[in-house]
Design a protein around this ligand. Structure first.
Ligand code: ATP
Ligand code: MG
Length: 415
């Protein structure tokens, strides 16, 4: 894409009322626009980064054998009444409205009830199970505080997956596979070593649920970890009983601030029973379906990556998440740059080509602010010394490389 055609421009300043680092940087770099506290529009750069994160998650969910769908955003009150979760004193983040005929509806903050109910039309016999489905959905939550930028939205993108199983054994197999798939997701996002599978409150049939907590100063959670034993405990369940059951002493745990980037949850048969989701087993008996739910905060993750990797010059995003792979900058060499742009795009490299008629210093500053992993400059000087100047966003070193060598390196890295 040519930068002269890219909406939008970078900005020197973020809005005064924006206090969070991730939102400040993403606004200044032109990834997002702030509508109001907790509500950010995704601009072209932002969509690209979010789609890249989604694609990594999608590939891992598909590898697990889950199918993608999209549920509606508006939801029926009756459904949530049936499980006791319509009440604002039970779920405190509801946005609610009503239809013209007066019936009440809610805006999806989660989808367990609608998806469980939908499955009544699809599950009758044990042969129909297991079923694994997921979606990328814009959730609406009337969060009390929204001061963490895109890490806590009132409107945000979540990946939510749901499993429907015959029994505990079938359920557990998928649940454990999901832990491994999530680990691969976090590895691919460059935060594998900093993301801990954490014992947390909840789980209808189990003592704990599992949260995926990523070490991040701007996070809102506190967990206690032991790296050698690979144990992580949310402060909400840190007590003598938990410590004893996990075989670890309080002195051996380190306190870290984290952001909850994922959460997996076992409903056992509780949700199936309250929704009336049953199947007929091989003995002809009617039994409730086992259900699990598995979330990843897609837009929160973008915020976490920015918080963790950004430097004083701007956004830094890992290859595979950044909106483009290469930032091509022409300094008075538009013909040559155009030729390089053509050659790179032909081999499938995502290139942002700064073809704007502005000062080189501005181009470099924008490039650092936007944070594309590889910057390539073509100028009279670079051509005189043999080719292009290549700089990685995270390194100071600038290498002059012949074009062939650069093409080879980029294409190998892509593959
Ligand atoms: P939190 O404790 O941070 O409010 P939660 O327990 O309400 O999270 P879930 O309902 O399990 O979260 O949602 C699944 C995932 O969606 C979370 O693990 C998190 O990554 C993400 N998420 C939850 N709330 C928000 C939000 N307001 N903005 C952005 N992402 C969110
Ligand atoms: Mg919450």
């Amino acid at each position: 894409m040519k930068q002269s055609q890219l909406f939008t421009k970078t900005q020197k300043f973020a809005p005064k009322d924006e206090k969070s680092k991730n939102a400040q940087l993403l606004i200044r770099a032109g990834y997002i626009h702030k509508e109001m506290a907790g509500a950010y529009s995704l601009l072209p750069l932002g969509i690209r980064a979010v789609e890249n994160i989604k694609q990594i998650v999608r590939e891992e969910m598909n590898t697990m054998g889950a199918s993608e769908l999209i549920m509606t955003g508006i939801q029926r009150k009756e459904l949530w009444d049936s499980t006791g979760r319509w009440d604002d004193s039970v779920v405190d983040v509801w946005f609610k409205s009503e239809l013209k005929n007066g019936s009440e509806v809610g805006f999806g903050w989660s989808h367990e009830e609608p998806i469980g109910d939908m499955m009544k039309s699809h599950i009758t016999s044990f042969r129909d199970l297991p079923i694994h489905v997921y979606q990328f959905q814009t959730k609406l939550r009337n969060e009390m505080r929204a001061k963490s930028g895109i890490m806590r939205g009132r409107e945000f993108v979540m990946k939510d997956m749901y499993s429907f199983s015959r029994n505990q054994d079938q359920h557990d197999r998928f649940y454990n596979n999901c832990i491994e798939a999530y680990k691969r997701v976090f590895d691919r996002l460059g935060v594998g070593d900093d993301t801990f599978v954490t014992f947390a409150a909840g789980g209808a049939f189990t003592e704990f649920s599992h949260e995926f907590q990523t070490v991040c100063e701007a996070g809102e959670d506190v967990i206690y970890i032991n790296r050698e034993k690979n144990i992580a405990i949310n402060e909400e369940v840190l007590n003598d009983k938990t410590l004893e059951s996990l075989g670890v002493a309080r002195e051996d745990l380190e306190e870290v601030r984290t952001a909850e980037t994922g959460n997996i949850f076992n409903f056992g048969t509780e949700k199936g029973e309250s929704l009336g989701l049953y199947y007929t087993d091989d003995q002809g008996d009617k039994v409730p379906v086992w259900m699990g739910s598995y979330g990843i905060g897609i837009t929160r993750l973008l915020g976490v990556l920015v918080e963790k990797f950004a430097d004083e010059k701007g956004v830094v995003l890992p290859h595979g998440v950044a909106p483009f792979a290469v930032h091509l900058i022409s300094i008075g060499q538009d013909r040559k740059a155009q030729e390089i742009y053509g050659a790179l795009t032909k081999t499938g490299v995502d290139v942002l080509f700064d073809d704007r008629d502005i000062r080189p210093g501005e181009k470099f500053a924008d490039s650092d602010l936007i944070g594309i992993p590889t910057r390539v400059v073509v100028s009279e000087k670079s051509l005189a010394t043999g080719g292009v100047e290549v700089k990685k966003r995270t390194q100071e070193e600038v290498r002059v490389m012949p074009l062939d060598e650069f093409y080879e390196e980029i294409n190998n890295h892509q593959g």
